[in-house]
Design a protein around this ligand. Sequence first.
Ligand code: PLP
Length: 396
Amino acid sequence: HFAINLNVRGIQPSATLRINELSNQLRSEGRDIIKLGLGQSPFPVPERVVDALKTHAHEKDYLPVKGLKALREAIAGYINRSERMRCGWEDVLIGPGSKELLFILQLAYYGDLLIPRPSWVSYAPQARIIGRSVHWLPTHADNNWQLTAEELDIICRDDPTRPRILILNYPSNPTGCTYTDDQLLALAHVARKYRIILLSDEIYGEVHFAGQHKSIARYYPEGTIISTGLSKWAGAGGWRLGTFIFPPQLRALQDAMAIIASETFTATSAPIQYAAVAAFDGGSDIDDYLLHSRRVLKVIGEYLHSRLIAMNIEVQKPEGGFYLLPDFAAYRSVLEKADIKTSASLCTRLLESTGIAILPGSDFGFSPDQLFARLAFVDFDGAAALALSAEEYAGR
Ligand code: PLP
């Protein structure tokens, strides 16, 4: 006899991974599939970082739970250089992907979890696995999917001293939108007023199209945890390396997470951590790589945006990351005639009939009948795109 934990019953495997497997299966059956489902970087890992991995393949020892000191130093240097927050190496925690760190954060802290809707597919299921409820904060397309300081204040005002954590992800998966400096400042002001812990998910920070990503940690350093990693800007999703940077004021929370880490994953893969030092140390090759990646993503994102708008499909112009969140509501009556009433059935039919894989908005917090879908514009040859010159982009 066995029974499945009630918290896990009814949860489907991660939506993004599911669509990826289905797309792979259809491809293996010979179908021509355009994979716009999984948000995986199309670019190869920078050459120098791959070389560093080869050099350190023999590293076999368990590393310290919080991470390799040289990597923690490199990440602190990277965070200080980008002027997101003043930090030292002790403030850095390394994990096997920021997803795992987000999960153990949810295990470690006590209080309410606030998540803007729509948001990344895994925040809410992680909470559910732990048995924690989620407070959704709806955001709206006509406001660029941004949570406003006023809305946050209204949520907190009735019970000002309640412990809370707010996840803010910008540039955003799934909307492609980000916040301006002024908006971050206003949100930081409210967060400080109610002593909210901010989990600032900046995993797409380096792929801000204008290269101007700013962190809310600048305005609320004592209460912000920055989350980032190698997956999105260094093309290394499968390497599984993520990091959290804490203010000294949240050291107890960092230590609690390290205890959970020590009893679960122990430490992140040693060769990967050694290799990651090269990525976070940066250099002119990494700068070039980032410049080119942003340029490619901007061109493709803006092209797709204009094509969708021309089809009368409402969608925000992407400002960073790999995503667009089109609203197919204008086609509702046509779709209903084909018995398509939910974003899930829209995506399944689209995949079956055209071979285009995108993800239903219901996986990002929308109700099933809202006809949003997330499109990840990553199915192209990243290595070839990086090799194009500036003139060639302009020509395309
Ligand atoms: N946060 C967001 C918004 C993401 O889109 C992803 C990956 O899709 C992650 C976190 C997790 O990234 P990783 O676990 O690869 O660091």
